[in-house]
Structures are given as structure tokens and as C-alpha cells.
Design a protein around this ligand. Structure first.
Ligand code: SAH
Length: 402
């Protein structure tokens, strides 16, 4: 192979199917051999066993996902112009969906990794700050270009790299958390979500700082809260609870293990002009708290269960499923007559059908007659590419018991 040529990853016979259907991942087991010596992050060509061109990809020597495809089109240079077009498209399609990058108080996901064409790269906007998580060696290679383009197009006050998730280790990437442009304040950033003010700790908050993906659910579930006692489990900074208060909830009980998250939740009650007397903040393990409520025969009118990801990999499926069953069973038992439960799973490996079955089993065991009255998914700033079903991870059900 001449030096200037791009290395070629040749797949095993029959393994071209997924790439020919525009799926962006090539697993190590699908690879027959590699022509050339690509280093982590290098751009490679992917070809079928018959030599047919399938796409251009970032090569990742340490990951099980050995190649992440940038494009399925031949003769597409993977350069500044390539990323510029992707970012323009993301800015424009977010605008069509009601999210303006130039709105100084808005918060939304601008780049949703594979689904927006940049595998492993998440760009979240919180007011005038961009908080970025990079989870693949390919996006890591182009990060400087990406930051320059984002500065040029969006003019943020600052850009923070939140590259401190353990997932990076699997990719052979170092952990980093640093401001890479401008000024990223150490104090929480204020943004507005559907009329409610939030403070986001971009440096230390979970993920890139906040759970933008539950925006629609927080708004929709809040509408059922009038005059109710709401139990918000896994509350983080109290999002579901604040929307419940906005809709006239009688009392909101926020439960989370994170002291820092609850401290922000407390300050947000005042910041949004709600009465502290209507809120109870509980630092506890939700499993233990629900059992305690069961033992003391407490009931609630509306319960929210928004747990962290219980299923990280296929080997965790069974244990994770048991976790979902447990909390849903406990919560259903705590519902007052006509009580509602908004229950979620952000585990991509738990499909909606299975989740619904688990909830149905929990209802049987709880001896409650339960109806599904709404279904939840991802908001429009967390799109799912049709050729990448893995992009769909968040699901939820709103239930009502007799
Ligand atoms: N509903 C929140 C997001 C929840 S994320 C929102 O709308 O913003 C999951 C939360 O669960 C995190 O805040 C984490 O601190 C908390 N958590 C994880 N395990 C927990 C446990 N066993 N008990 C209580 N909280 C837990």
C-alpha cells in the first residue's frame, strides 16, 4: 500500500449488511483484516469482503466498536468543511424544533452523537455555555476543529469539556474536565426550561450538568399535579417537583442520594417563587425510602420514578429488570386511590415492550388495577436516527391505578 493511501478495513463475508443499511458501528468481530496500520482515531475506508466501498470511519483500536462510520458516501473528505455542514444542519434543525442557539437562556442538546452524524460526541447548550462530552477516539481527534466551529457559529461565553466519564477508559481515552474556550463560571449557570429557572452545575453536575432528556416529561407530568401530594423519586435538582409546584401541587417530596443535587433543588424552590413549606427534601436511597413508606402505610397521589441507568450491558439485563420491577412494585403499592405513577427507564437495552411487561407484572403483584394513560420518549433535541435504533434509550409510562 502506498503511504498516502487510506487504510482499509475489510469485513468478513456477509458482515456488510449493517453498514450498507447506514448503521454507524463496525464491531471487532465483523472484521476480516486491515490493510495498512491505522492508529486510533485515523480515518479508514470500510469495505465488504468483495471489496465494495461501504463508508469512511474513525478507527478505534481499543474499542469493541472498532470503526465508527462518518459517512457512507465515497469521496467525502473528513475535514473542517464536513463538520461545519453537520453543525449547520444541527443548528437549523434544532431551530425548526423550537430551540434557538442564540437564545441566551435556552438549554438543549445541539449534537446528539451518532444521531446527528458525530459518533460519540454530545454537545449540550446551557444558556451561554456549551458543555461537551466526547466518548469516541474519532471525535476526540477532531475536537479542536469542532470547538472552533462551535465558537464561530454560536459565540458561546465558554466551552467546557466534560470528558470525565469512565466510558472513555474503554476507548483508551484519558479523563479530562476543563474549559477549552472562554469563561466557564464555577457557579451554576442559570437557564430557563418551559418557564422554570434552573441552575446547572456544568462542572460537577451529572452527565454534562443536567438531564435535558426529561424536559417534555417534566412538563407533561407536572400537568397532573394540581392539589396532589407528589413523590419525586431520583429527583436530582428537583425538576419534576418544580413543574408539579407550578401546577399547584399541595406537597412535593423530593428524594435523591445526592446532597449536592438536593442543595440546588432547595435553592430553586425559592428562585422560582414557590413556598418552601410545600416541599420536603429527603436525602435517601429510593429503594429504602419506598420500603419505609410502605411499612408506615404512607400514600401519595402522584409518584415519579426516574432512576439512573440500571442496565449498562447485556449481562446486567436480568438484574436491571429486577431493579425496575422492585421500585415499580413498591411505588404502585404506595399510590392512593386513583393515584398516578410516572415511571421511566433510560436503559437502552430495556425496550418499551419489556418495560411495559415489567410494569404489568408489578401491577399484578401489587394487586392494583392499572391503566396506561400516556407514553413518553425522547424530546426532539434528542433525535434518533432511523438507521441507529440504539439511539432510542429513554422511555416512560404514565399509569393510573384504581
Ligand atoms: N429526574 C431527574 C433526573 C434523575 S437522574 C431530573 O428530572 O432532572 C437519576 C438520579 O438518581 C440522580 O440524581 C442520582 O443522584 C439519583 N440516584 C441514583 N441512585 C439512587 C438511589 N439508589 N436512591 C436515590 N437516588 C439515587
Amino acid at each position: 500500500m502506498a503511504k498516502s493511501e487510506v487504510p482499509v478495513v475489510v469485513l468478513n463475508a456477509g458482515k456488510e449488511k449493517s453498514a450498507s443499511r447506514n448503521h454507524p458501528w463496525i464491531f471487532s468481530g465483523a472484521i476480516h483484516h486491515v490493510v495498512g496500520e491505522p492508529k486510533a482515531g485515523d480515518t479508514v475506508e470500510v469495505r465488504s469482503a468483495h471489496g465494495e466501498f461501504l463508508g469512511l470511519a474513525a478507527y478505534s483500536s481499543e474499542s469493541q466498536i472498532r470503526c465508527r462510520l462518518w459517512t457512507f458516501q465515497e469521496r467525502t473528505p473528513i475535514d473542517r468543511d464536513f463538520f461545519s455542514k453537520i453543525i449547520d444542519r444541527a443548528i437549523n434543525n434544532r431551530l425548526c424544533r423550537g430551540f434557538d442557539v442564540h437564545d441566551p437562556k435556552s438549554a438543549f442538546r445541539l449534537i446528539n452523537a451518532e444521531n446527528d452524524g458525530i459518533p460519540g460526541c454530545i454537545v449540550d447548550k446551557y444558556a451561554d455555555i456549551l458543555s461537551i462530552e466526547i466518548l469516541s477516539v474519532g471525535a476526540e481527534r477532531f475536537r479542536q476543529t469542532l470547538y472552533e466551529l462551535l465558537v464561530e457559529k454560536i459565540h458561546p461565553r465558554g466551552i467546557l469539556e466534560r470528558c470525565d466519564s469512565d466510558v472513555r477508559v474503554k476507548e483508551g481515552l484519558p479523563l479530562r474536565k476543563q474549559a477549552v474556550y472562554g469563561d466557564v463560571p464555577k457557579i451554576p449557570v442559570e437557564m430557563i426550561e418551559n418557564g422554570i429557572k434552573f441552575d446547572v452545575d456544568v462542572w460537577n453536575g451529572h452527565k454534562t450538568g443536567y438531564y435535558l432528556d426529561q424536559r417534555d416529561a417534566r412538563f407533561n407530568v407536572g400537568k397532573y399535579a394540581k392539589a396532589k401530594h407528589v413523590l419525586n423519586c431520583f429527583s436530582y435538582t428537583g425538576g419534576f417537583g418544580l413543574f408539579a409546584l407550578q401546577n399547584g401541587a399541595k406537597l412535593v417530596t423530593e428524594v435523591d442520594v445526592s446532597k449536592d443535587a438536593l442543595a440546588i433543588a432547595e435553592s430553586l424552590i425559592q428562585k422560582n417563587g414557590f413556598d418552601k413549606a410545600n416541599v420536603e427534601l429527603v436525602e435517601a436511597d429510593v429503594f429504602a425510602y419506598l420500603r419505609k413508606c410502605r411499612d408506615s402505610r404512607k400514600t401519595f397521589d402522584l409518584i415519579v420514578l426516574d432512576p439512573p441507568k440500571f442496565i449498562e450491558s447485556k449481562s446486567h439485563l436480568e438484574k436491571g429488570a429486577r431493579g425496575y420491577k422492585d421500585i415499580n412494585l413498591l411505588a404502585l403499592k404506595l399510590l392512593a386511590p386513583h393515584g398516578m405513577l410516572a415511571t421511566f427507564s433510560c436503559s437502552g437495552l430495556m425496550e418499551m415492550n419489556l418495560f411495559q411487561k415489567i410494569v404489568a407484572d408489578a401491577a399484578l403483584d401489587a394487586h392494583r388495577n392499572v391503566q396506561i394513560i400516556e407514553r413518553f420518549g425522547q424530546p426532539s433535541d434528542h433525535p434518533v436516527k432511523t438507521s441507529f435504533p440504539e439511539g432510542q434509550y429513554l422511555k416512560g409510562l404514565l399509569l393510573q391505578a384504581d
